[in-house]
Design a protein around this ligand. Structure first.
Ligand SMILES: *Cc1c(COP(=O)(O)O)cnc(C)c1O
Length: 369
C-alpha cells in the first residue's frame, strides 16, 4: 500500500460554497440573475478591464469572441497547436480555419517569431493560449497584429489571475476568454467568461450569448445568437472561489517554487520557467528529456505505482487530428513534436499537504537521480 494517493486535480468546495448554492435554490432565480451580474463585475475588476461577460463554458466564450469579431467562413485564425482542442474547435465553429504555428520550447506558448510567415490575406485574428497558466508574449504578438490589422483573442482558460508585464491576463488583447470548468483554477462546474475594454464588443457579446435578444424588448432579435447563458448556481460557486483567487495563485506558485528548488539538478529533467510576470500555475509541467535516467513514460508509470497521478498535457499536436488536418506538415512543428514526448504535469493543486509535496519530490528523485 502506498502512503499517499495523490490525484492531479483535487476539488474542495467549502461550507460557504454549499450554503451559497442553497441560497440560490431558495431564491428561485436560476439563470442570469444577481449572481451572474455580480460575478461579471468582480471578474472585470480582477482583470482590470471595463467589461466581463459570463457564458456557460470557456468554449462558448471563445466561440462568442470569434463570432462577434466578424470571423467566419473563408477566414483564418492563427493559433497554437499545443493546447486543449477547444481552442481550435471554437475557430471551426465560426466556419473559419485554424492555422497553427509552432511553440517556444521554454514557455510552451506560440512562437511570435513564426507568426508573420503564416499570415495571408485571409488571416483575421491571432488566438494565443496562455498555456499551463503562463501568458503568451503579448507585446510581440500585439505588435504583429497591429502591423497587419488583425484582432488578438487571448485564450486565458488556464491563466486566471496571472500577470504579464504588470497587467493581468484578460486585459492583454482585444478580447479574452476564460474557463470556469471543474478542473480550472477557479471553478463554477461549467462556466466561462469574456473580458474586454471595448464597449462595442461588450454589447455584441451580451446579445450573442442570448439569441440576439434585445435587452429591453426580449422577443426582438437583433442578430444571430445562441443560448450561452450562465446559471446562478454556477455563478455563485465561482463568486465564492474568486474571493480566494490570490490565496489559490500564491499557494500554487509556492508549491512550484519548492519543486523548482528540489528538482533543478536532476540530469535530463527540465523544470518550467516563468517569463515576464506571474503564472497562474494551472499546471506544473516538467520535461523529461532523452538525457534522463527513466523515459517520460517510465517515470509516469513509476509515479503512478506510488499513488501519484500525473498527466500528459498534451500527447499530440492538434494538427495531427483528422478534423484539424488542413495543409499542415509535422515538420512545421518540430518543437511540438519534441515536447509532446517530454512533458509531464505533476500535482500542483493548492490542497496538497507539505508531506505530499515532499513525497512527490522524493519519488521523482528516487527514480531519476
Ligand atoms: C479548458 C480550456 C478551454 C475550454 O473551456 P471549457 O470551459 O472546458 O469549455 C479552452 N482552452 C483551453 C486552453 C482550456 O484549457
Amino acid at each position: 500500500m502506498n502512503k499517499y494517493k495523490i490525484p492531479l486535480v483535487k476539488l474542495k468546495l467549502s461550507e460557504r460554497e454549499q450554503k451559497s448554492v442553497a441560497a440560490v435554490l431558495k431564491s428561485g432565480v436560476l439563470v442570469q440573475g444577481p449572481n451572474v451580474l455580480a460575478l461579471e463585475n468582480e471578474f472585470a475588476k480582477l482583470c482590470g478591464v471595463r467589461h466581463a461577460i459570463a457564458t456557460n463554458s470557456g468554449t462558448s466564450a471563445l466561440h462568442t469572441a470569434l463570432q462577434i469579431l466578424g470571423i467566419g467562413e473563408g477566414d483564418e485564425v492563427i493559433t497554437s497547436p499545443f493546447t486543449f482542442v477547444a481552442t481550435a474547435n471554437a475557430i471551426l465553429m465560426t466556419g473559419a480555419k485554424p492555422v497553427f504555428v509552432d511553440i517556444l520550447e521554454d514557455t510552451f506558448n506560440i512562437n511570435p517569431e513564426l507568426i508573420e510567415k503564416k499570415i495571408t490575406k485571409n488571416t483575421k485574428a491571432i488566438l494565443p493560449v496562455d498555456l499551463y497558466g503562463q501568458s503568451a508574449d503579448y507585446k510581440k504578438i500585439n505588435r504583429i497584429a497591429k502591423k497587419h490589422n488583425l484582432f488578438v483573442i487571448e485564450d486565458a482558460a488556464q491563466s486566471i489571475g496571472a500577470v504579464y508585464r504588470d497587467k493581468k491576463t484578460g486585459s492583454l488583447a482585444d478580447i479574452a476568454c476564460f474557463s470556469l470548468y471543474a478542473t480550472k483554477n477557479i471553478i463554477a462546474g461549467e462556466g466561462g467568461m469574456i473580458t474586454t475594454n471595448s464597449d462595442k464588443f461588450n454589447k455584441k457579446a451580451r446579445l450573442f450569448r442570448s439569441h440576439g435578444q434585445d435587452e429591453n424588448d426580449k422577443y426582438n432579435y437583433l442578430g444571430l445568437g445562441y443560448n450561452y447563458r450562465m446559471t446562478e448556481v454556477s455563478a455563485v460557486i465561482a463568486r465564492e472561489q474568486l474571493k480566494k483567487i490570490n490565496e489559490i495563485t500564491n499557494k500554487r506558485n509556492k508549491i512550484a517554487e519548492l519543486y523548482n528548488n528540489e528538482l533543478i539538478n536532476i540530469k535530463g529533467l527540465i523544470t518550467p520557467i516563468v517569463k515576464d510576470g506571474v503564472s497562474a500555475c494551472h499546471q506544473y509541467t516538467i520535461r523529461v528529456t532523452k538525457e534522463s535516467k527513466l523515459s517520460r513514460d517510465e517515470l509516469k508509470k513509476s509515479l503512478e505505482k506510488m499513488g501519484i497521478q500525473t498527466f500528459i498535457y498534451y500527447p499530440r499536436g492538434l494538427y495531427s487530428f483528422e478534423h484539424l488536418r488542413f495543409n499542415h506538415k509535422s515538420k512545421d512543428f518540430l518543437v511540438v513534436e519534441k515536447i509532446i514526448n517530454e512533458v509531464l504535469s505533476i500535482p500542483v493543486n493548492p490542497y496538497l499537504t507539505k508531506e505530499e509535496i515532499y513525497y512527490i519530490i522524493e519519488a521523482i528523485k528516487k527514480y531519476e537521480k
